[in-house]
Design a protein around this ligand. Structure first.
Ligand code: LUB
Length: 246
């Protein structure tokens, strides 16, 4: 009989704080003409007329709560984190937290969505460096390894996606967007003759995602990801040497 979830109860009543906030998250293409997969695409930020202090405060509060939840989810996992602990961490009442996130599941979904909202920003930054498609893939994965080590929202989102069977909410399908993005870059690398003969872009894309996911998981379990950047660079050097045309 699985252990009871520490926090599965309906939202009591809303707190005093004002209105829903806005969530960040943008990106740009993988070089000339190619549209990156949906989740890596630029999403226009909802613009509104003039500053709205109430909305800004609500947005800041949501980010504060989300970051506190990410810290607890990353350290303890979904089941062993309570909304009361999130509220205590940000000095708010449970009701005030429920005003922004009606359930613990909604908090987990928001953290996972923010995890994925990181990647378009990473893609935009690497694309702006103007590398060829194969080098773009290499720099993207190196940037992701850094984020797995240093970004608490990425760490929490990764753990929550592993614990998705315990979370009664709709979560994005994991791993498929990175595979799509890398397959697109590697197909372009193949077209430019950057890949070794016989190397299949989609096979490599799946292998790179599996390699990074496995490397970050082992580094997490053994060293809380302290050695992740070194571990990934040695794995990447091996894999990219195997696929790069002579
Ligand atoms: C990435 C995680 C953690 C894949 O794409 C995803 O869903 C991922 C979370 O589920 O790693 C590795 C690049």
């Amino acid at each position: 009989m699985p252990e009871p979830d520490v926090d599965r109860e309906a939202r009591p009543e809303a707190g005093p704080e004002a209105g829903p906030g806005t969530d960040p998250g943008t990106g740009s293409g993988t070089g000339p003409g190619a549209e990156p997969p949906g989740p890596f695409r630029v999403r226009p930020i909802a613009t509104r007329r003039g500053p709205d202090p109430k909305q800004d405060r609500a947005a800041r509060t949501r980010l504060l709560v989300l970051t506190a939840a990410a810290e607890l989810f990353a350290a303890r996992g979904f089941r062993h984190t309570s909304v009361q602990e999130v509220a205590d961490r940000v000095g708010m009442t449970k009701g005030a937290v429920y005003f922004h996130y009606p359930t613990k599941e909604a908090l987990a979904v928001a953290v996972v969505e923010q995890h994925y909202a990181r990647w378009p920003l990473l893609l935009a930054g690497v694309t702006a460096e103007g590398h060829g498609p194969l080098e773009t893939a290499e720099h993207l994965l190196a940037g992701a390894a850094l984020a797995f080590r240093d970004d608490i929202v990425v760490r929490a989102g990764t753990r929550l996606q592993v614990e998705r069977p315990q979370i009664d909410a709709e979560l994005p399908t994991p791993y498929v967007d990175w595979t799509e993005l890398l397959a697109g870059l590697l197909s372009r690398a193949e077209a430019l003759g950057e890949l070794r003969a016989g190397v299949r872009p989609r096979t490599v894309a799946r292998s790179l995602v599996a390699a990074l996911f496995g490397t970050q998981h082992i580094s997490d379990v053994l060293h809380e990801r302290a050695d992740l950047v070194e571990r990934w660079s040695e794995t990447a050097e091996l894999l990219f040497r195997a696929i790069r045309a002579e």
